[in-house]
Design a protein. Structure first.
Length: 243
């Protein structure tokens, strides 16, 4: 059986080399579009095995687009916000500072509002409120990432599943014909190669966007933590000047 497997692979490699060159020439001669080539490979890989991989990519990209929009809307100019809050505390007190936070979008402004809402109850309660609500905002920022990581892991598995099925079909053809003719095994092994390629390609695309989202979230979280410390310092200074 190992010898048959090696021979089948060698024969199919030669067929693919010839077929790949012929396909490239044919594509150039007929001026096939990229869309047509992708559609053709999708059909050759087998819709039964390629459709789940395609769904992983569509769902993963949909979540990624939603997360990118959400994270971009969550980005706040914290330096400007802190400056406005400091001016509001000096001129109108905590209530005016809360009004500024209420009119500003983003998780940082929401955390500031929760901290300022406890401003009259002591600095310790302000810190606890900021930490507690900061955890809630962090969970909102990370929402959906678990599904993206699932699709990253699932797409190659589905591709390898198609690979196994293709190899089984190839050896079934060999067993039924009692011959190792490349034309018998090329179809099954072609499904194996295309599904594997598709699964790995989808996983790589989603992985790049996943890393971008994680980096963006880390940046927002660091910004939230730094600005929260600055807010607490402002409240300490405000209470000291108020005495």
């Amino acid at each position: 059986m190992p010898l048959l497997f090696v021979l089948a692979l060698l024969a199919t490699t030669a067929v693919f080399a010839q077929d790949g060159g012929a396909s490239l020439l044919n594509a150039q001669e007929t001026n096939e579009s990229f869309h047509q080539i992708v559609k053709q490979k999708f059909i050759e890989g087998g819709p039964l095995y390629m459709t789940p991989i395609l769904l992983c990519m569509i769902l993963g990209l949909a979540i990624i687009i939603e997360r990118i929009i959400y994270l971009n809307l969550s980005t706040t100019n914290t330096k400007k916000l802190l400056t406005e809050i400091e001016s509001a505390l000096a001129s109108g007190g905590i209530q005016k500072a809360k009004e500024i936070c209420r009119n500003t979008k983003g998780p940082v402004a929401s955390i500031f509002y929760q901290g300022l809402d406890r401003g009259d109850e002591g600095i310790e309660l302000v810190e606890k409120s900021i930490v507690s609500y900061g955890g809630v905002q962090m969970a909102n920022l990370e929402r959906g990432l678990i599904w993206i990581s699932l699709f990253i892991a699932l797409a190659p598995m589905l591709g390898f599943f198609g690979t196994v099925i293709g190899m089984v079909n190839a050896f079934d053809a060999i067993e039924a014909a009692g011959d190792i003719s490349p034309s018998l095994v090329a179809g099954g092994i072609k499904i194996a190669l295309i599904t594997t390629l598709a699964g790995l390609l989808v996983a790589m695309i989603l992985q790049v966007f996943y890393n971008y989202l994680v980096s963006k979230i880390d940046s927002l979280v660091n910004d939230m933590e730094d600005s929260s410390i600055s807010l607490i310092d402002m409240l300490v200074k405000y209470k000291y000047n108020k005495k």
